[in-house]
Design a protein around this ligand. Sequence first.
Ligand code: FE
Ligand code: FE
Length: 198
Amino acid sequence: MKPGDSIMEISRILNKLEKVLDTNRFKHSVNVMEIAESLAKHYGVDDDKARLAGILHDCGKNYKGDEAREYVRGIGYQADEIEILQPKLLHGIIGEDLARNIYGITDEEVLSAIRWHTTGKAGMNLLEKIIYIADYIEPLRAFEGIENMRKIAFEDLDRCIVYCAESTINFILKKGVLLHKNTVETRNYSLMLIKNRK
Ligand code: FE
Ligand code: FE
């Protein structure tokens, strides 16, 4: 990719996304793109990839309920029981497919970061971690402890992921909805990474 190419690619995607996402979702996506870019620069990750994954991470968000279930069935994805009961969890899988086939993304790292941004998973690579965190700490997010999380994001990605996953788990418990095992694995894996450092 030449330097000018990524700017053209981003503006092409921005134009398209602005038409399909609602205003808040679009603003959120732009914010995630910007934070992901800063984190990528900070941690020495390809910032073009971070921008692409950031802007597109929620491109599958318009598919809800049965539409989401049918979409993933159509692409041969075997949703698990919790994903079927909570089809919001499928928007990363749908997003990956749309990014590949509608937005012309071919980079597997970008696609994977979109795929895993909702729950995270055990053993994420740097770009996946950055998108997972950027989604959590972007400026439109407001909850207790967010300022501390924004600070930790630039100090220690794994520690920040533990906080993000725990905050998600707390939220899910309060709401009384189903908790996906990938969220638990994201938290445990990152915590183990930290403990093994010592
Ligand atoms: Fe999302
Ligand atoms: Fe998001």
